[in-house]
Design a protein around this ligand. Structure first.
Ligand SMILES: NC(=O)c1ccc[n+]([C@@H]2O[C@H](COP(=O)([O-])OP(=O)(O)OC[C@H]3O[C@@H](n4cnc5c(N)ncnc54)[C@H](OP(=O)(O)O)[C@@H]3O)[C@@H](O)[C@H]2O)c1
Length: 450
């Protein structure tokens, strides 16, 4: 895993990073069933409300990991993270990861280890760049195998952490038929395709039932929705019950600004920020070199992530719009607007969100809902300088939410700031939590007892 990383996808953010073909596969889903779906989500035993004794409780558990926890917020009703997957540990699974030398893939290995996912056998697949190298894991030393669809199909579950074109080419072949593996894909290749769940387990875990190919959401969307969903439920429940065929979405509007770390562009993005910063600080260069990003990132901010669209938004910004609608079961014209800016931090994305609701908002009730929400850590004590920051969100499973206040420009609107580790909640942790949910609902089974 110490190999020099050669980027495996097109460089420069003006080129679609992972989705040149996937880009054409934009939302085709219709949300005519949104009312039923949202009703079902909200009234069923949603993931966040699984009993503490359930394996699902691990995902809503107060998270802990090797990074220092900086968390003063109470976490009522949440079991400790020490309560891991004991209920499912009787069965073990053959797990495959494609792209485990990359930024997301490395974190998937870490999440499997820390959450004690019942791994019987771990296989790591890569390109010829990393095939043959050895990776030390809690499950033993693993030699990276050259990827082939046949080998991946032998696994029970395969996490794809490569680019969208790779997923488009291979994902469906890996999961095809009885003998195929469950595939959890981190790219955007299948996110907008009808019939393929786009899953944040705390919100819509039940959509994975009976499925073999699951799309993991865009990192920004997953992080933001961890905060928006509990508020949506809080101010929406009454209206939803009363409404049957009109738009039941209680969140009427959402405006987001995101401040995204260099590692959103993978390991090469992180390397470019660090190397470029060193080159300027050492006096070697006045302005850093850039290959991954459209402009030098050190000592700069770049209001451009991914490809510009005809409507003036970037694809990264539109992903937040499209994916929020699909995950939350909202109308296909539901208004969500986002501006995404690349900033010179290494890890953890930040988001400023204004959410408008149908019902009058109550800050105290919103605060309580966020305190109790699974996967959320309320960091909202401005007098003591406590608020979300990438520095404190880095390495944490929970998404930090704070600066919660009534917005003074709009009626019934809340404004808040969210920070989350996009490599964890926005990718690896979410993917592993999806696998846990699929074990729970029977969609992921061991083909052969390991
Ligand atoms: N970075 C983020 O914050 C983030 C968040 C959410 C989702 N995602 C998505 O997650 C995926 C991975 O992103 P990343 O940031 O981890 O990228 P990355 O750091 O560039 O890693 C890419 C990985 O893909 C592997 N790979 C490339 N071509 C391959 C091939 N032909 N066969 C097998 N393996 C191959 C590479 O392995 P080799 O070294 O063996 O080539 C490498 O491990 C992308 O789809 C990205 O859009 C990223």
């Amino acid at each position: 895993m110490t190999a020099v990383h050669r980027p495996s996808r097109p460089l420069v953010e003006s080129i679609p990073q992972s989705d040149s073909r996937a880009a054409n596969n934009l939302p085709t889903m219709k949300f005519s069933t949104a009312i039923g779906a949202l009703f079902a989500i909200t009234t069923s035993t949603a993931y966040g409300f699984a009993p503490a004794s359930s394996p699902l409780a691990t995902t809503r558990a107060r998270s802990t990991n090797s990074s220092p926890a900086v968390d003063s917020a109470p976490h009522r009703h949440r079991p400790s993270f020490a309560h891991t997957l004991t209920a499912m540990s009787a069965t073990t699974f053959n797990v495959g990861i494609v792209g485990a030398t990359g930024a997301v893939g490395k974190e998937i290995v870490g999440c499997l280890e820390k959450r004690s996912f019942p791994v019987g056998n771990l296989r790591i697949f890569g390109s010829e760049r990393s095939a043959g190298k050895e990776v030390d894991t809690k499950f033993g030393k693993v030699t990276v195998e050259l990827f082939s669809e046949g080998s991946a199909r032998e696994c029970d579950v395969v996490f794809l952490a490569v680019d969208g074109d790779f997923s488009l080419k291979h994902a469906e072949n890996i999961c095809e038929g009885e003998e195929g593996a469950v595939v959890i894909d981190n790219s955007s290749a299948f996110r907008y395709k009808d019939g393929i769940p786009l899953c944040v387990p705390e919100i819509n875990a039940e959509t994975t039932k009976g499925k073999k190919l699951i799309a993991n959401p865009n990192c920004t969307t997953a992080i933001g929705l961890m905060a928006v969903w509990p508020l949506h439920k809080l101010f929406g429940l009454k209206k939803m019950v009363m409404s049957t065929h009109v738009k039941i979405a209680i969140l009427t509007n959402s405006i987001q600004q995101t401040y995204q770390a260099a590692s959103g562009a993978g390991q090469p993005g992180m390397d470019e920020l660090i190397d470029g910063t060193k080159s300027v600080l050492s006096g070697e260069r006045d302005v850093a070199e850039n290959k991954v990003f459209a402009h030098p990132l050190p000592f700069n901010v770049i209001p451009h992530i991914d490809k510009f669209q005809e409507n003036g938004y970037t694809k990264e910004e539109m992903k937040v719009t499209w994916e929020t609608r699909k995950i939350c079961g909202l109308d296909d014209d539901f208004p969500v607007s986002c501006t995404a800016v690349r900033i010179p931090t290494s890890r953890a994305h930040s988001e400023s969100i204004v959410a408008l609701f149908d019902k009058p908002v109550d800050v105290a009730a919103a605060r309580k809902a966020l305190e109790e929400a699974p996967g959320v850590s309320l960091k909202d004590d401005p007098e003591n300088l406590v608020y979300p920051m990438p520095l404190t969100a880095t390495g944490q499973y929970d998404v930090e939410v704070g600066r919660l206040r009534k917005n003074i420009a709009f009626d019934n609107a809340l404004e808040f700031f969210v920070c989350g580790d996009q490599l964890l909640r926005g990718a690896a942790l979410n993917a592993v939590a999806v696998a846990e949910a699929m074990v729970e609902n029977g969609a992921l089974k061991a083909k052969v007892a390991a």
